[in-house]
Design a protein around this ligand. Structure first.
Ligand code: ADP
Ligand code: ASP
Ligand code: MG
Length: 411
């Protein structure tokens, strides 16, 4: 067998025909080195949002099965076009949808998890000397219905295919040249990290660094698959390698600052302060496959209390309906929602040995007059929910206060 590399190109990288042709040339060059290649593509930039907007014009709570069929079409367009571009320059290629590449998922429409990749067809195509171009972000479930893997899911398609085909590495090509200490489009002084450990990247992805989808990092960590983030827009981008932690890696107090804009808050006011109430709401949400992130419950006042929690913005309508139905049953006084929030997080392994990091974060936000709505912490992370309009300002001031504007991390 030849060496095998899996490459994934994001929306900007396949954003127009010119870029698709450029990528085809890049792939054909690598192919000449006798390397087998599987290419996973996202939809052309903006296409998934356009499809979502069309669905939302019809219904705020559409059927998830229909939504998946709709959203998967974006990736099919770029996949077919790239395969044509490769063929047209004499590099034999075959396009494959999620079904054709054998990507089987569970039944959770719009956020399905990959169960298995049946590689038979892919192996035959590689043996025939073809470059395989895969429509990312999609699979099929046990009923043969199309499923999608959640926003940013093409990253995870690439990781799962790399693991299943035992590729030597998984390369993610995007519009920035690696993983930075903060979103480089928001913090001009952010630094690119040459290496990041799987664990740190897992934290960063789960907290809103959308450069890699969380489950992509999880797959690569579990199977020790080298994962590289690079720019498709510049030649010879060195990128960032995500790999096992090693002792030569620095442990700065704060290594990354994230802003997760995909958050919405629901508050249930005036519920009886008695055993079983919280369990009713959160069981109801779990039964509908809705994930809850932060939760706070107020101190009880005259045997009544308020509960606030956050969910993904895309799921706010569904979650509100569940909570309203249950709220009626237990006679909650009021239910309110807020979609103008974001979650700011600071992450760093060095936090374990440095007290006062949370205090410094809170005082920095207060100096900017930014009100903290909710707080959660772990051993190596502090997160605050604040008003969305202050999100970018918060990231910039925290980046400065924690001395990250000048520190080069793991380089
Ligand atoms: P693609 O379409 O290639 O999948 P995404 O938009 O999903 O690209 O991810 C790349 C974007 O992630 C960058 O343009 C950048 O704005 C954003 N980003 C957020 N946090 C970070 C970070 N810490 N490092 C690098 N990029 C980040
Ligand atoms: N096209 C999908 C999205 O915009 C999946 C991806 O790009 O990875 O979320
Ligand atoms: Mg992405």
């Amino acid at each position: 067998m030849n060496r095998l590399v899996v490459q994934k190109y994001g929306g900007t990288s396949v954003g127009n025909i010119e870029r698709i042709k450029k990528i085809a040339e890049r792939i054909a060059r690598l192919r000449k080195e006798k390397i087998d290649i599987v290419v996973v593509v996202s939809a052309m930039a903006g296409e998934t949002d356009k499809l979502l907007a069309m669905a939302n014009q019809i219904s705020a709570i559409g059927k998830d099965r229909d939504m998946d069929l709709l959203l998967s079409s974006g990736e099919r367009v770029s996949c077919a076009l790239l395969s044509m571009a490769l063929d047209s320059i004499g590099c034999p290629a075959i396009s494959m949808t999620g079904r054709q590449i054998g990507l089987l998922t569970d039944n959770s429409h719009t956020k399905a998890r990959i169960k298995e990749v049946d590689t038979n067809r892919a192996i035959k195509a590689l043996e025939d000397g073809q470059v395989i171009v895969v429509a990312g972000f999609q699979g099929i479930n046990e009923h043969g219905d199309v499923t999608t893997l959640g926003r940013g899911g093409s990253d995870t398609s690439a990781a799962a295919i790399a693991v299943a085909l035992k590729a030597e590495r998984c390369e993610i090509y995007t519009d920035v040249d690696g993983v930075y200490t903060a979103d480089p489009n928001v913090v001009p002084n952010a630094h690119k990290m040459n290496r990041v450990s799987y664990d740190e990247m897992l934290e960063m992805s789960s907290l809103g660094a959308k450069v890699l989808q969380f489950r992509c990092v999880e797959f690569c960590k579990n199977y020790d698959m080298p994962l590289i983030v690079k720019s498709s827009l510049v030649e010879d981008s060195k990128g960032t390698l995500i790999c096992k932690e090693d002792s030569s890696m620095e442990q700065p107090i704060v290594s990354g600052i994230m802003n997760d804009k995909n958050q919405a808050k629901i508050t249930i006011k005036g519920v009886p302060d008695q055993p079983g109430i919280a369990s009713k709401f959160f069981t109801g949400l779990a039964d509908e496959n809705l994930s809850v992130d932060m939760i706070i419950q107020n101190v009880s006042d005259e045997s009544q209390t308020d509960i606030s929690f956050t969910v993904a913005k895309a799921e706010i309508n569904k979650a509100t309906k569940v909570v309203q139905d249950l709220g009626k049953l237990i006679k909650a006084r009021d239910i309110t929602t807020d979609t103008n929030i974001c979650k700011i997080s600071i992450v760093g392994a060095g936090m374990r040995s440095h007290p006062g990091v949370a205090a410094k974060m809170f005082s920095t936000l207060s100096k900017e007059n930014i009100n903290i709505i909710m707080i959660s912490t772990s051993e190596i992370r502090v997160s605050c929910i604040i008003e969305e309009k202050y999100g970018e300002l918060a990231v910039r001031v925290l980046h400065k206060v924690f001395d990250m504007d000048k520190t080069l991390v793991n380089s």
